[in-house]
Structures are given as structure tokens and as C-alpha cells.
Design a protein around this ligand. Structure first.
Ligand SMILES: Cc1ccc2c(c1)c1c3c(c(C)cc1n2CCCN)C(=O)NC3=O
Length: 275
């Protein structure tokens, strides 16, 4: 196991206001006293005794070891890790541009140029993960943050569900968020790097239309739409979307994970290739 700093966090950082929360975690702004630099501090509650609240030590170790492995401009950086009796605190790179989710909501949907530029950034981040045999398994607009408002540079965050895909062990049933998960998640089959690629398809569809391709009136209906690959390019939203963009999405909404486009296929797709 990796040892985490036991000295009091408050000696080195001034903890600021809450900026968000995830499963068993709260994220707060943190100011490094010596350098004056701002960070994001993710406080993860440790599971105590036989309780159910809090994250298991092995899950926290996994998230830390995965983050320590990664080093890419489109992936959030981990700088330090502290530990107290009740929680583990990750000192992470702070991104101030907000969630891609909010950016889309404000604009309803994006033009193809802008959508393609965002997807290219997301693909470069995902390629870094996949080149290290890491699957994020929870890719969705809330976990894609803008570095800052001006550029379209993004950072993938929240590796709480990420897994090393080493082939032998069978990873199943890590439930991400219903409308973004691939058929193999819904039907409890082996997850892989291809599971992330399905989610990239969902994100692309949403960026271009503002609509969610498989979302039903309830979770059951959403799951059925996913396993039945029941989606269409509504003329209402896609009337002036290029065939190339639709082809890009169709190559990701493929049921068989092995037949789905890989991150390299996507980076070489004409809709993405540098114009
Ligand atoms: C300015 C701002 C606002 C909200 C933030 C963040 C930053 C943020 C950050 C991170 C995480 C895991 C969650 C975060 N959240 C929570 C919402 C993310 N879905 C992170 O790792 N760095 C951040 O800046």
C-alpha cells in the first residue's frame, strides 16, 4: 500500500469553500500557503469497521495509484495525498472553467467545429488512459471540466470508478450513470476500454444536439434503449449535422465491444482528424 502524508493538512493548505461532491467525497478549494497556488482538495471518507458508508481502502488506493500513473494535459493531475483517521485527501490540479455539462447547457448545443474540437481533446485524454490500460468507466459531461472559459481545453476528472484493464480479471457491474453506460455494463458483462468509447459516443451526440440518445422516462427504459441500441438522429436536432459526424457516432454505438471503434480509430476518423 502507498503511505499517505499523516501531517495535518492545515499546516500546508488553507481549505476554502466546497466546490462539489462525488460518491463519499467532497471537493474544496485549497490554497497552498508557501506558493500561494490554488488546488482542489478531494476529501474521501474512509469506510470504518464493517460500516457501509465511506470508500473502501482498496478503492482509494486504486484511485491514487491510477492518478499517479497518469501524466497528460487533458487528465487532471494529482500532486499530493494526506490521510487522517477518518479520510484521505487528494490534492488535485484545480480547473476553473466549470463542467462541460454547464457549457453545453448554456449554449443548448454546439456547432460541429466546436464539438469536434472538444471531442478531439477528450479523445486525447482517453488515449492516455487507454495506452496505460486504464478505463475511466464514468465518462460523462460532469466529469469533463474546462481548464478555463476561454480555450476549449478540457481535463478528465474523477477517477473514482476507473479500473486497470489487465485482461485476466473480469471487471463487471461498476455502474456509472445510466444514460452514459455501455450495453455490457447494463447486462453485467465484462467491461473493457471499449466501455469508455460508448460513453464518448453519448457525449458526442449530446454536444451536437443537446439531447441524450438513450435516456428514457425511467432507468429501466434507459437500460432497454441501450441494450436494444434504440436511438435515432431526430431531424429536429440533426437536420444540419454532417454525415461524417453521424458516422463517427454510429461507429461507437456498436453492441459488441470488440467491434466498437477504438480511441485510435476515433482520432483517425475524418470528423476528428486535424482539418
Ligand atoms: C472550480 C470547480 C468547481 C467544481 C468542481 C471542481 C472545480 C472540481 C475539480 C476536481 C473534481 C474531482 C471535482 C470538481 N468539482 C465538482 C464538480 C465536478 N463534477 C478536480 O480534480 N479538480 C478540480 O478542479
Amino acid at each position: 500500500a502507498i503511505a499517505f502524508k499523516r501531517e495535518p493538512l492545515e499546516e500546508s493548505y488553507e481549505i476554502g469553500d466546497d466546490i462539489g461532491s462525488g460518491h463519499f467525497a467532497v471537493v474544496r478549494r485549497a490554497l497552498h500557503k508557501k506558493s500561494g497556488e490554488a488546488f482542489a482538495a478531494k476529501f474521501i471518507r474512509k469506510r470504518r469497521g464493517g460500516g457501509r458508508k465511506g470508500a473502501k481502502a482498496e478503492d482509494i488506493q486504486r484511485e491514487v495509484s491510477i492518478l499517479r500513473l497518469l501524466d497528460h494535459e487533458n487528465v487532471i493531475r494529482l500532486y499530493d495525498v494526506y490521510e487522517t483517521g477518518i479520510e484521505v485527501i487528494l490534492i488535485l490540479e484545480l480547473v476553473t472553467g466549470g463542467e462541460l455539462f454547464d457549457y453545453i447547457s448554456e449554449k443548448d448545443h454546439l456547432g460541429e467545429e466546436e464539438a469536434s474540437a472538444f471531442i478531439a481533446q477528450i479523445l486525447r485524454g482517453v488515449k492516455h488512459l487507454h495506452d496505460h490500460n486504464i478505463a475511466h468507466l464514468d465518462l460523462k459531461p460532469e466529469n469533463i471540466m474546462l481548464r478555463n472559459r476561454s480555450t476549449q481545453s478540457i481535463k478528465l476528472i474523477d477517477f473514482g470508478l476507473a479500473q486497470r484493464i489487465q485482461g485476466k480479471e473480469d471487471i463487471r457491474a461498476l455502474m456509472g450513470t445510466a444514460e452514459f453506460v455501455a450495453p455490457e455494463v447494463v447486462s453485467y458483462e465484462t467491461l473493457s476500454l471499449a466501455t469508455d468509447m460508448w460513453s464518448v459516443g453519448v457525449i458526442t451526440y449530446i454536444l451536437l444536439s443537446g439531447a441524450s440518445p438513450f435516456l428514457g422516462d425511467n432507468q429501466q427504459e434507459t437500460y432497454h434503449n441501450i441494450t436494444a441500441i434504440n436511438f435515432q438522429f431526430d431531424e429536429e436536432y440533426f437536420s444540419n449535422t454532417s454525415e461524417l459526424a453521424k458516422d463517427f457516432i454510429e461507429k461507437l454505438f456498436v453492441k459488441m465491444p470488440k467491434k466498437r471503434a477504438t480511441v485510435d480509430d476515433c482520432l483517425n476518423h475524418p470528423w476528428i482528424r486535424p482539418k
